[in-house]
Write a protein that binds this ligand. Structure first.
Ligand SMILES: C[S@@+](CC[C@H](N)C(=O)[O-])C[C@H]1O[C@@H](n2cnc3c(N)ncnc32)[C@H](O)[C@@H]1O
Length: 267
């Protein structure tokens, strides 16, 4: 698994090769991307025109799942693999339930820190840290995180569209570390790319990440479900993103099948 080295120069945005945060930003209609990101993003679209819709549906899942946690009383959130700021960021959704909510954004891509400082740290209840989903033990000890998050109280940890960038073992370990660190009543919000909804197009779409540092690992529903071991998996379990508690008219036949979503609760 190729990933940026620890201690990556924060000023080196590596604009000569595609990065997941910027590819995703392009699909969401953002402007924080460079030519290699756009070329990779366009490759995916040429293989599967519904990929940008899948990215939007993932953001809609973020909104539904964050609302669920906030309405259940959770007042602190840690968003790992947060990505570039996009309308409906976690603090905007959660603070619409309670303005006192605190949010820590974490990403291993320095561009997220650069842009996040301007757009996500908009009040004293949010911060953006550079950190890695493969090093959550270290992250949970960081004074900047502890300044906003009281680990004796319930917290919602988001691992949305990020675990497909690490190995099976690293993904299991990340979820295990979250479970061990958080208090009862905490939530795990998770989404993950899969080939199962589009078996004939997935291999071509997966090439989108060939030139990124991490590549991508598409996983099955069973593998994603296994990540929730120990957690109380809320209804409807692990489901395609648009089918996870759809709102309004609900999912349509046009809904995408590129990602699974699930929400777990620590009893
Ligand atoms: C597809 S974006 C998802 C953004 C957001 N979580 C969402 O679902 O809307 C994936 C993000 O994960 C980040 N990422 C990739 N590997 C990571 C790692 N090992 N540790 C932390 N973040 C990582 C990327 O930089 C990118 O910002």
């Amino acid at each position: 698994m190729r990933q940026p080295e620890r201690g990556t120069d924060l000023t080196d945005l590596q604009t000569d090769r595609p990065h997941p945060a910027r590819i995703y930003d392009y699909w969401l209609g953002g402007k924080d991307n460079f030519l290699p990101d756009r070329q990779a993003a366009e490759h995916a679209i040429s293989a599967a025109a519904d990929i940008p819709a899948a990215a939007r549906e993932n953001r809609a899942f973020l909104r539904r799942a964050v609302q669920l946690a906030a309405r259940s009383g959770v007042r602190q959130f840690i968003d790992v693999g947060a990505g570039l700021p996009s309308p409906g960021n976690v603090h905007q959704v959660a603070q619409s339930v309670d303005p006192q909510v605190r949010v820590v954004y974490v990403d291993n891509d320095p561009i997220v820190l650069t842009h996040g400082r301007a757009l996500l740290v908009d009040n004293r209840s949010t911060t953006v840290l550079t950190g890695d989903v493969r090093e959550l033990d270290e992250l949970f000890e960081r004074p900047e995180l502890r300044a906003l998050v009281d680990l004796s109280q319930p917290v919602a940890v988001l691992l949305l569209a990020v675990l497909h960038f690490v190995t099976d073992e690293q993904a299991r370990e990340a979820v295990r570390q979250v479970y061990e660190r958080v208090a009862p009543g905490s939530y795990l919000l998770l989404s993950h790319s899969t080939h199962e909804g589009n078996p004939e197009r997935a291999a071509e779409v997966a090439k989108t990440w060939d030139k990124t540092a991490s590549g991508i690992r598409l996983r099955t529903r069973a593998q994603v479900t296994e990540l929730f071991e120990g957690w109380e998996l809320l209804e409807p379990g692990v489901e395609f993103v648009p089918l996870w508690r759809p709102e309004g008219e609900g999912a349509t036949d046009a809904s995408t099948r590129w990602m699974y979503a699930g929400v777990g609760r620590k009893s």
